[in-house]
Write a protein of this length. Structure first.
Length: 340
């Protein structure tokens, strides 16, 4: 099985542990980005994972490519060009202090990519799945057109597609997101979202949800999933995060749509957070992997929720867990006892 993802990989700079940004003179340097995180998870789980992006022809760009290659991701479709690699600074919150992200990605290599720069018929050849996110579409006119063209080419070729709405208010407005993402939904098989994404990126509010107080009723998502499916997708997967503090969250998800009929609810985990960045990407990768492996929808949802829960325990963007580890948690082994 071959999965293609398209997006921006960035240099991530983070202070040690829960320190404030530049509290000390140390910053750890790693790489990450929504679709890159999905690509890495799938590669770890034995999927032929192809990542498409554009990086500058300099030491930072090549280091980003090497980081992907080291995780087993195919990098032969990555383009070179532009002057800089996007950077983001990630500060890990704790207790009542939230995590924060500062972007330094303006004029990055991928933001200047030209429409038509990617030969989708060649890149997607032999693929079973194509995955993108709203973050990529928010980077500029070129990336937005390539997202739309990639989804259309994949759908025309009978390849399953997924779009993680991933709304980022620091990148574009709600009006811009809706004008860009709603038209491409006709070519999307599976939508990934949270309750905020549904309202900001698609204009579909979810009644009775208050994530700030931790009140989430899974049944409230039934109507909004129906509305999303009217745009074209057959499946809608929504992560449910109950944020009692920056250190401890409730984590679950629901799955619905015309392909499953009823609303399915995944297990709920109380997660103690080491690093929450990339949890949604781990969830998306988990569902893609499980559906490609012909697991039943409820089992696929359980696997995806467990994958996302485990990501909270791992520093950095990438979810460094095996299929066996995810399956053990999905089967109910959440004790955390030493494995030896």
């Amino acid at each position: 099985m071959k999965v293609v993802t398209f997006g921006e990989i960035m240099l991530r700079l983070s202070p040690p542990g829960p320190e404030r940004l530049l509290q000390s003179s140390m910053l750890s340097a790693t790489f990450g980005g929504a679709e890159a995180n999905v690509a890495v998870s799938l590669a770890h789980w034995g999927i032929e994972s192809v990542y498409v992006t554009r990086v500058p022809p300099n030491a930072l760009g090549e280091a980003a490519v090497r980081s992907l290659r080291a995780e087993g991701v195919r990098t032969d479709a990555i383009l070179r060009g532009g002057d800089r690699l996007g950077i983001y600074f990630a500060e890990t919150g704790t207790g009542q202090r939230p995590s924060t992200v500062v972007y330094d990605r303006a004029h990055s290599a991928i933001s200047g990519i030209e429409p038509g720069a990617i030969d989708w018929s060649r890149v997607l050849g032999g693929s079973a799945w194509f995955h993108v996110s709203g973050v990529t579409a928010a980077l500029g006119a070129g990336p937005a057109l390539l997202v739309a063209d990639g989804l259309a080419a994949a759908r025309a070729a009978g390849i399953r597609t997924s779009l993680d709405l991933n709304y980022r208010r620091k990148l574009w407005s709600e009006a811009q997101a809706q004008a860009t993402l709603r038209p491409v939904m006709k070519n999307v098989t599976v939508v990934f979202a949270n309750e905020e994404d549904l309202q900001t990126a698609l204009g579909f509010p979810v009644a009775g949800i208050d994530v700030r107080t931790g009140r989430i009723d899974p049944a409230a998502y039934h109507d909004v999933i129906t509305r999303v499916c009217e745009l074209g997708p057959g499946l809608v997967a929504i992560t449910l995060r109950e944020s009692s503090s920056a250190s401890e969250n409730g984590w679950s998800a629901v799955l619905g749509g015309t392909e499953v009929g009823e609303l399915l609810q995944g297990p709920r985990y109380d997660v103690r957070i080491v690093d929450r960045i990339g949890a949604g990407d781990a969830f998306a990768a988990g569902l893609i992997y499980a559906l490609l492996s012909a697991r039943e929808p409820l089992d696929a949802l359980r696997f995806a929720v467990a994958a996302g829960a485990l990501k909270h325990t791992i520093p950095g963007d990438f979810n460094r867990v095996s299929v066996d580890e995810v399956d053990r948690l999905a089967a109910g082994d959440a004790s955390g006892r030493v494995v030896r």
